[in-house]
Design a binder for this molecule. Sequence first.
Ligand SMILES: Nc1ncnc2c1ncn2[C@@H]1O[C@H](COP(=O)(O)OP(=O)(O)O)[C@@H](O)[C@H]1O
Ligand SMILES: [Mg+2]
Length: 349
Amino acid sequence: MSKLKLGVIFGGMSTEHEVSIASGYSILKNLNKEKYEIFPIYIDKNGEWYNFREISKESAILDNNLEKINDIYSYLKKCDLVFPILHGKYGEDGTIQGLLELLKIPYVGPGVLASSIAMDKVYSKIIFEKANIKQAKYVYIRKDNNKYIYIDEQFNEIKDNIQNICKKIQEKIAYPMFIKPSNSGSSVGINKAKNIEELEKYIEYASTFDNKILIEENIVGKEVECSVLGNEDVKASVLGEIAPAEDFYTYDAKYNNAESKLTIPANISNELTEKVRKTAIKAFKAIDGKGFSRVDFFVNTVNNEIYINEINTLPGFTNISMYPKLWEYSGLKYSDLLDELVELALKNN
Ligand SMILES: Nc1ncnc2c1ncn2[C@@H]1O[C@H](COP(=O)(O)OP(=O)(O)O)[C@@H](O)[C@H]1O
Ligand SMILES: [Mg+2]
């Protein structure tokens, strides 16, 4: 049997470039070389595409191992299937998925619609609301030509100065509150405000990443994550629990602070675990998810409520990342998980 020609795309133009390189390396190392002929593709921060020759050395990127791909279309057309393991903008947001759709190349992970909904925190919330999934109360604002716009529940737009907008937000949500660029990842641009001065400052800061900004009430509870896998018939993994080393799960707490702890399985009751697993599948289906995703929640063990936080359609994929770890604990090895993702992508085609 001839080998499946599998393109693995990593790097990318987002703030999560480095994380994607780590995910890409892990995947390249663990793919079964008997089954796949691998085409490793690296996209640099400027969006230039390269054929990556060396796939065994971690430092290889820095070496002379890159060969510029001038004709991206022809290069991609050589692949039977592509695994885009790009996190964040231009990777997890439906754009590369759209390119692959146009080229008629099957790919691992959710399609254009699910990717773009999940990447946008405001639009994710609108879908979760429709699906009646509990989540943090929120306010949506936009910045347009240096003016702020408060968007109410019926999508009416109220233009005002930042001070008045902050006053309106305070009337709806209590401090502390979370301020997030609608399109973000790895906690970039996210802050927690304790008062109106901070609220104003963090809104201005978030607006440097995206003109859509989400303000959320603070949810008190454990952070738990669930891996889902499947197209129509979707499975949910055991749950993982995160105890961030900092006040919340910031970029540093995620990647630089060894004190952040991951616990598998999460230390919550069976009843709450089942509720999270069921809701994870429901949310994944609600956004039209296919293939795989990691669905993140807050769980309040005092009042037994669960709140969805977000869906990551291309979650971190190093061999110590939560997504594959949860499957490993559920009995599915990293390399077998890769095979299953490939199968799902082929079936979905
Ligand atoms: N409403 C909230 N209540 C409490 N903590 C939150 C809330 N929103 C975000 N956080 C904290 O901020 C972190 C990053 O927020 P998140 O929305 O997951 O952004 P990202 O997509 O960058 O991961 C979360 O992991 C959590 O620690
Ligand atoms: Mg998150």
